[in-house]
Structure formats: structure tokens, C-alpha cells
Write a protein that binds this ligand. Structure first.
Ligand SMILES: NC(=O)c1ccc[n+]([C@@H]2O[C@H](COP(=O)([O-])OP(=O)(O)OC[C@H]3O[C@@H](n4cnc5c(N)ncnc54)[C@H](O)[C@@H]3O)[C@@H](O)[C@H]2O)c1
Length: 481
């Protein structure tokens, strides 16, 4: 079939919710069989997927195929694998990977806007899936992946590897949930990670010749490239990325929600922040507070991309963590400052208990592929969906917000002592970066009420319209019944 005819067939199929279902599934074979893996997208993070599965040879894993839309990225990795005598089938179009009946599972590290269609099409083609965080580019599509995984009985792991810290973070979560520090008052996620300017391009930029740009854009809009770098810097554009909240931040958002044990989206959410300190082609906030109003205890998330002081190199820390989570309880605090460890402190700050240790997240995925038990996964897709969606709802409030001066913002939020204290610290941080908030105003988003059961905002059409992307045919994310 020609490419065009295939595209059309798939377009019709996608819009009716059926892409195709290849009759291949590892689950149909015996549990001792080799698991043939394909890695899709390996510009940055995907390289770790390649080495991760390479290292699981003794677990019966064979790295069988690679797919990337950049032929330079592809040849670099194919050559490196060649040296190790590993022969892989190279693909440019991921749909050909899903057609390949010899592939049992896929591992996805493309840009965010591709995660949902890639995962759902793979599931429908009978493959198990490991998908990077955030698992979705918008709330709606994350839920479709969960539905597809359940409908087709597939194993779907989220790439939040901190969840494989079993004797570390999982033990700390249990310690808190067992009530050892009394009631939880607040779970705070921190993403203080330096993010500099991506520069300002003059006019349309050339897409590298090595890239199949139509496939790179996929379900997202196909617009002329107007930032200097195609790869990686998409994180800071709304069409393809989700800002640092959905980049580094989703890891800590997930850990913060894990401590709270919440399994629905928060009943209310608001955001305050902006892209401050420089002018560039990025769109997403580099400084942001998200407030998720869970009933038992709020989840507050802080993003800081600027350093401690203007032109400085150091980043701020709060209670010992820069990229981490602080869980405030009646009887003490838990500080998480890495992906694999936590420390519980009493009210005087004296250490009560330390938790550390991590396991291989890829190996855990393979283990669950063999056992066919979703419960064996350390980061099932439902967890990935909920934590990703907490980033998206925060960004929806931000994108619906209005520029405000700091006094007006404080006036609005001062009724909540945690919010007011967090905002005062944000102001101090920005002052140290010479950001003048009377000129470069912060954006205060509306308080959005959410019905966690159907994952729709209450009485807010504009916010509801942002729960689902518009997809460019034929790369349409299927609705799963
Ligand atoms: N778990 C972690 O610790 C971690 C760390 C970094 C990044 N990530 C996640 O990994 C993903 C990739 O991020 P990155 O920073 O490596 O981005 P990147 O832009 O550096 O790499 C993405 C790669 O995907 C390729 N690609 C784009 N469209 C494709 C398609 N349709 N089919 C196949 N390949 C395609 C690109 O050519 C590129 O090589 C993101 O979702 C990010 O959030 C996770």
C-alpha cells in the first residue's frame, strides 16, 4: 500500500477510534520467551532506554528495533550498537514498528505531544508499553491511555523511575501513611532547576535535513520552526511541551501526590507565575506556583528556573531540597531530595529515620510484562496519568490567567497561610534576580473547580476546552470506550 493510502486508511480508522490491532502479543507466547523491545525516540532520554534494555539481556530482553525521525540520531545509535554486535531494525515511522509482529513491547521517549498516540496505537497493536513522563500532553489523552491499557490487558509503565525506589521513597510514603508523623498538613513539590534563555530566532529557522518534520510534528500543529533549536527546546512551547512543570516537575509532582495517596485530580487548582528574567522564544512559565486544593491536605508545587541571585550559578534550596518534595506533618517533616532517598525529621529537625535504595525501573517493567500483573508495576499508567494531569490543570489555570501586581495577588491568596508564605518566598527569589514585578507582571490564574470523577472542570467552558488537544490528521488520538 502506498504511504498516502495508508495514511488515509489510518486517518479514517483513527477518527473512529480504531487504529489497527495487529495480532501479536507477547502474552500469547510462553513466559520464558525472549521479549523483543523497540525504543521510539532517543535524542536525550531515550539513550537511557537503549542502555537500560541492553543491560537486561539476562532477563531475556532483546533490543530488536529502534525508531527515530532524525536519521542522524538513528545512525549514531545504530553504529554504537553495531560495535556491541547488536543488530536492530531501524524505523523512521513508528506505525511500522507497530506493524512489526516480532516486536513485543515498545519504550517511548519522544516529545510529549507524541506520547498518547504512540502508547495507544502500540497497545492496540498488542504491545506492552513503557512511556516517558508526562505520559500525556493534555488531561483527556492520558485517560485514554489508561482505558486502552485496561481494555486490551496491556502492561503500561510510566517513566517516573523514582517509583522504583522501594526501600527508599516507597518506604517513606508508607512511614507517613502509617501515621508515624501524625496528620499530613501539606505536600510540597520543588523544581528549582536552572533553565536559561533559549534565545530569540529571527524569522523561520531551517529544520535539520536529517529530520522528517511531518512525523516530528505528528499530532501537534505543523508550523514553521521559529525557535533556534528543534530538539529539546520544544519543552518550553505549548504546542509540544508542558514547561518545566511537565518536564522535571512531573517527577516531584508524582512523589508529592504519592505521599498524599490521592487517586483523583484535585477539586480545585490555581497557578501564579510567568516567564521572567529574560525574553526568548519560550512560552511556558519558568517561575510558577501551583496550588492543588486537596481536601485532606494541599499539594503546592514550586517551579524556579532562575538562579538564587542574578547571574549566579547556585539554585535555591528549601528545607534542604532543590529538586524534591517536603511533606509537612503534625509531628514532623519528610524531606525528599533525590529519586532514591528521604529523611524523616521530628518537629525540632532531629532525624528520626532515613530511607534509601532504588531498583531498575526498566527491569520492573519487564518483570510485569512476564507476570501480566498490573499490580507488579511500580508506576502503572494510572499513576502516570494522574500526576501528569496535575501538571496540565495547573498550566490551564496559568494560561487562563491575568497579569496582576504582587499586592493584588497577595490580597487574593492571603486567606491560605501556606499559599501566602510560598508567594512571599517567590517574590524574594524574583527580587534577587532583579525582576521588577511592577513591569514584568506575574500571571494569576483563576481558581478552577474540578470534578475528579469525570475529570472535567465545573462551570468553566474555557478551561474544559483546554483539557483536550486538537489533533492533526491522521495522527488523531483515538477515544477509547
Ligand atoms: N524519566 C526521565 O528522567 C526523563 C529525563 C529526560 C526526559 N524525559 C522525557 O523523555 C522525553 C524525550 O525528552 P528528550 O529531552 O530526550 O527530548 P529530545 O527532543 O532530546 O529527544 C526526542 C527524540 O524523539 C525523536 N522523535 C520526535 N518525534 C518522533 C517520532 N514521531 N517518532 C520517533 N522519534 C521521534 C526526536 O527526533 C528526538 O531524537 C520527554 O517526554 C521527556 O519528558 C524523561
Amino acid at each position: 500500500m502506498t504511504n498516502r493510502r495508508r495514511f488515509l486508511t489510518q486517518s479514517v480508522a483513527a477518527s473512529t477510534g480504531v487504529f489497527y490491532i495487529a495480532k501479536t502479543s507477547w502474552a500469547q507466547k510462553s513466559p520464558g520467551d525472549t521479549i523483543n523491545m523497540a525504543v521510539i525516540g532517543f535524542g536525550g532520554r531515550g539513550s537511557s532506554h537503549i542502555s537500560g534494555y541492553k543491560g537486561l539481556k539476562d532477563e531475556g530482553v532483546r533490543l530488536a528495533a529502534l525508531c527515530d525521525v532524525d536519521s542522524n540520531v538513528m545512525s549514531k545509535h545504530v553504529q554504537a550498537l553495531d560495535k556491541d554486535k547488536i543488530k536492530v531494525t531501524p524505523y523512521t515511522d513508528m506505525r511500522r514498528v507497530f506493524d512489526d509482529k516480532s516486536i513485543d513491547a515498545v519504550s517511548i521517549a519522544t516529545p510529549n505531544h507524541w506520547h498518547a498516540p504512540a502508547s495507544i496505537w502500540a497497545i492496540q497493536a498488542g504491545k506492552d508499553v513503557y512511556v516517558e513522563k508526562p505520559v500525556s500532553h493534555c488531561v483527556w489523552e492520558g485517560r485514554q491511555i489508561v482505558k486502552a491499557a485496561r481494555k486490551h490487558s496491556k502492561i503500561v509503565q510510566t517513566g517516573t523511575q523514582a517509583r522504583s525506589s522501594r526501600t527508599g521513597l516507597a518506604a517513606a510514603v508508607k512511614f507517613v501513611q502509617d501515621g508515624n508523623l501524625g496528620k499530613v498538613l501539606l505536600s510540597r513539590g520543588l523544581c528549582y532547576k536552572r533553565r536559561g534563555s533559549i534565545g530569540k530566532a529571527e524569522g523561520e529557522q531551517k529544520v535539520p535535513d536529517s529530520v522528517e518534520f511531518d512525523l516530528w510534528c505528528g499530532p501537534g500543529p505543523k508550523k514553521p520552526l521559529t525557535r533556534k533549536k528543534l530538539h529539546y527546546d520544544w519543552h518550553w512551547t505549548w504546542d509540544y511541551g508542558n514547561g518545566d512543570l511537565g518536564n522535571q516537575g512531573i517527577h516531584q509532582m508524582d512523589i508529592a501526590r504519592w505521599f498524599l495517596g490521592e487517586m483523583e485530580l484535585a477539586p480545585s487548582v490555581w497557578s501564579v507565575g510567568g516567564r521572567l528574567g529574560y525574553e526568548d522564544d519560550g512560552e511556558t512559565a519558568n517561575t510558577q506556583i501551583i496550588y492543588h486544593g486537596y481536601e485532606k491536605a494541599p499539594l503546592i508545587f514550586e517551579v524556579r528556573g532562575l538562579p538564587s541571585t542574578k547571574d549566579g550559578k547556585d539554585m535555591d534550596k528549601y528545607k534542604g531540597a532543590g529538586v524534591g518534595v517536603i511533606v509537612e506533618c503534625e509531628g514532623g517533616t519528610v524531606v525528599v531530595s533525590s529519586y532514591s532517598g528521604a529523611v524523616a525529621l521530628d518537629k525540632e529537625g532531629k532525624e528520626i529515620q532515613k530511607f534509601s535504595g532504588s531498583e531498575d525501573h526498566f527491569k520492573n517493567f519487564i518483570h510485569a510484562c512476564r507476570s501480566r500483573r498490573v499490580d507488579d508495576l511500580h508506576a502503572d499508567i494510572l499513576e502516570g496519568h494522574l500526576s501528569s494531569a496535575l501538571c496540565h490543570t495547573g498550566n490551564i489555570s496559568h494560561r487562563l490567567g491575568q497579569a496582576q501586581n504582587p499586592d493584588a495577588i497577595l490580597e487574593t491568596i492571603k486567606g491560605d497561610k501556606f499559599a501566602a508564605e510560598t508567594f512571599e518566598r517567590m517574590k524574594e527569589h524574583l527580587a534577587k534576580n532583579d525582576v521588577d514585578l511592577s513591569k514584568d507582571k506575574l500571571t494569576l490564574g483563576p481558581v478552577l473547580k474540578m470534578n475528579g470523577k469525570d475529570e472535567r472542570f465545573i462551570d468553566h467552558d474555557a478551561a474544559n476546552a483546554m483539557l483536550k488537544d486538537t489533533y492533526r490528521e491522521p495522527f488523531v488520538v483515538p477515544e477509547i470506550s
